[in-house]
Design a protein around this ligand. Structure first.
Ligand SMILES: NC(=O)c1ccc[n+]([C@@H]2O[C@H](COP(=O)([O-])OP(=O)(O)OC[C@H]3O[C@@H](n4cnc5c(N)ncnc54)[C@H](OP(=O)(O)O)[C@@H]3O)[C@@H](O)[C@H]2O)c1
Length: 279
């Protein structure tokens, strides 16, 4: 399975779907990530706080897929936003993965209460210049945070990874990011497995295409220009989630799904980037 890719604003390439890895830890997760790579995933998510950079790195080093075809992502935790600590955290991510470089490094949360995300961003910029990371971006950043990064450093993120699914489509954030050439990734793209509680009309759309409800949601992400990173531990679900590039949702179907947007539709309602603190 060959996955299409976007060109980012720094000229690097980002696959249209990735593999989430939150809760994938230990030896079994190395096998699970290798399985994903062998079937065609070329983007792998991770974070210092998932405590699985070792597993991701082992899978990337062991797989037969060439290193330069894989986009390995990690994220800087809030406790290391101070400039010097951020640089050390990135160096530690390289040591943990056992890789010479990472492809995409994100600031995990803005943590605006501590107000150090701009110096963290400067650390990412400098590590990119040193060749430690190819692309740099953010996660859970609101427009006001992104404007500060650009205003104070002149460098726009390549990616913003945000919570997104049909109940919480984040249309305004996606439009803002897109206007600056920032590509969005969707975390909890399947509502963290709440899929199954979906609207009856989703089952109808799925039946019309001979696909599962999960595949319809993932296709909706792709057709709306956002990169979903579903986490799946089994080979069967990984394959199901990847098998979304042979059909097209109609404008009418996209409109039906757009109507699922619900005020307060977040899975993680407590995680408001303006106030949430992640260390
Ligand atoms: N930047 C951030 O702040 C942030 C926050 C949260 C997550 N993330 C990233 O985003 C990734 C994805 O988000 P997530 O893990 O929260 O949620 P998700 O991908 O929406 O959902 C994962 C859950 O859905 C199940 N699942 C996977 N494929 C399925 C299918 N085809 N049908 C039915 N169920 C299916 C998985 O089960 P099994 O595993 O049992 O197969 C798992 O329980 C994470 O793994 C992480 O890498 C980032």
């Amino acid at each position: 399975m060959s996955v299409p890719a976007y060109k980012l604003n720094d000229e690097t390439s980002l696959p249209a779907i990735g593999l989430g890895t939150y809760k994938l830890n230990g030896f079994a997760s190395v096998a699970a990530i290798m399985s994903g790579l062998s079937m065609g995933y070329r983007l792998v998510d991770s974070a210092v706080n998932y405590e699985n950079e070792g597993a991701v790195g082992a899978a990337v080093r062991k797989t037969e897929v060439p290193r330069d075809e894989i986009v390995v992502t990690s994220k800087l935790p809030g406790r290391h936003h101070a400039y010097g600590e951020a640089v050390l955290a990135i160096e530690e991510s390289l040591l943990s993965t056992g890789l010479d470089y990472l492809d995409l490094y994100l600031i995990h949360w803005p943590n605006p209460i501590t107000n150090r995300f701009v110096e963290a961003w400067q650390a990412l910029i400098d590590c990119q210049e040193r060749g430690l990371v190819k692309s740099i971006g953010v996660s859970n950043f609101l427009p006001e945070h992104i404007q500060r990064l650009i205003g104070e450093t002149g460098v726009a993120p390549a990616v913003n990874q945000i919570e997104r699914h049909p109940y919480y489509p984040q249309s305004a954030q996606v439009a803002f990011d897109s206007s600056l050439g920032i590509r969005d990734e969707a975390w909890s793209p399947l509502l963290r497995g709440v899929i199954g509680r979906e609207q009856p009309s989703l089952a109808e759309i799925a039946a019309a295409h001979g696909k599962s409800a999960a595949q319809i949601i993932l296709r909706w992400h792709v057709q709306t220009g956002v990169v979903p990173i579903p986490k799946a531990s089994s080979t069967a679900r990984q394959a199901e989630n990847l098998d979304i590039f042979d059909f097209e949702l109609t404008a009418g179907e996209l409109a039906v799904i757009a109507a699922y947007a619900t005020p307060g539709g977040q899975v993680h309602a407590e995680r408001q980037p303006a106030v949430y603190e992640e260390f």
